[in-house]
Design a binder for this molecule. Structure first.
Ligand SMILES: C[S@@+](CC[C@H](N)C(=O)[O-])C[C@H]1O[C@@H](n2cnc3c(N)ncnc32)[C@H](O)[C@@H]1O
Length: 265
């Protein structure tokens, strides 16, 4: 039976792979890569470096799978948007099923490398379900966990994410566009295209921000939000200009301006 490994490769540093992931990489016959054609050359070179550094078994192959076009017209209604995303997922699933069928032998081991960990804001596991649901190609699959960018953020700032006995919330930025909702005191924010906290009531909030975490380009800034929000906005713009892309994550904490990172423990 064909086997597919969904391997979390961490947020950028080739040493931030688990031993389990390294062992999995060395069982792989074919690495499938979805060619997003985007500007994130840094991500591709980090993936290549991981293979160079960790795969000692010769003879593996790389297979690129094209990314289908997606209707991103700004005027789509909510239903049309859902439909466009559904069509896009289906098209992706068909291309992946075709690639697995054509490139992986009946007992072959294939793999997709997933940035960070597959459980956090990544579509790979949903896509695998769809590929299987098509019924055109059969395989077993397993998930190998990876270090997330959230963990890299906490390590870079040498902080804990939660205050003692309290919850931590992880959210895409669009869900906090109007401010940190009452009752949320520690929130990790991902998928922000513009550093939304620059535009909301900043009193009593601290921020621990990190871009390109775990890579040689890592930048971190922390402090009371009202003191560092402009600095982060400016740094983001300059870094995006320099690299052509940016990935950043941050913890917002409601703990009074300027308290030390571990306040409340
Ligand atoms: C599509 S999600 C993927 C998350 C990934 N699966 C993980 O476990 O971290 C992409 C978001 O993750 C965050 N991210 C991923 N890698 C990062 C890095 N090296 N530095 C900072 N943020 C990162 C950013 O918030 C980015 O918008």
């Amino acid at each position: 039976m064909r086997e597919l490994l969904i391997i979390g490769i961490g947020p950028g540093h080739p040493d931030q792979l688990t031993v389990q992931a390294v062992k999995a990489l060395n069982r792989v016959d074919v690495f499938f890569r979805i060619d997003k054609g985007d500007a994130k050359g840094g991500l591709n070179s980090a993936r290549d470096e991981i293979l160079r550094r960790h795969v000692t078994r010769p003879g593996y192959r790389m297979v690129d799978i094209p990314e289908p076009d997606r209707d991103r017209s700004p005027g789509l209604t909510a239903d049309e948007y859902q439909g466009a995303v559904r069509d896009w997922y289906e098209a992706r699933a068909r291309l992946i099923a075709e690639a697995i069928g054509a490139e992986l032998g009946p007992d072959g081991v294939g793999a997709f490398l997933v940035w960070g960990d597959p459980s956090l804001y990544d579509s790979m596991l949903r896509i695998v379900d769809r590929v299987l649901a098509l019924g055109t190609v059969a395989f077993e699959y397993a998930v190998i966990p990876g270090v997330t960018s959230v963990q890299a953020l906490a390590a870079a700032h040498r902080i804990m994410l939660n205050r003692v006995g309290e919850p931590v919330h992880i959210t895409p930025a669009r869900r906090i566009a109007d401010g940190l909702p009452e009752g949320l005191d520690s929130a990790v924010v991902m998928l922000d295209s513009a550093f939304v906290p620059a535009g909301f009531d900043q009193a009593g909030l601290s921020v621990f921000w990190g871009a390109y975490l775990s890579t040689p380009d890592e930048v971190v800034i922390s402090g009371p939000l009202r003191e560092v929000a402009d600095q982060i906005t400016e740094a983001r713009a300059a870094l995006r200009e320099r690299h052509g892309w940016i990935m950043d994550t941050y913890l917002l904490r409601r703990d009074g301006d300027g308290k030390p990172a571990q306040a409340g423990f």
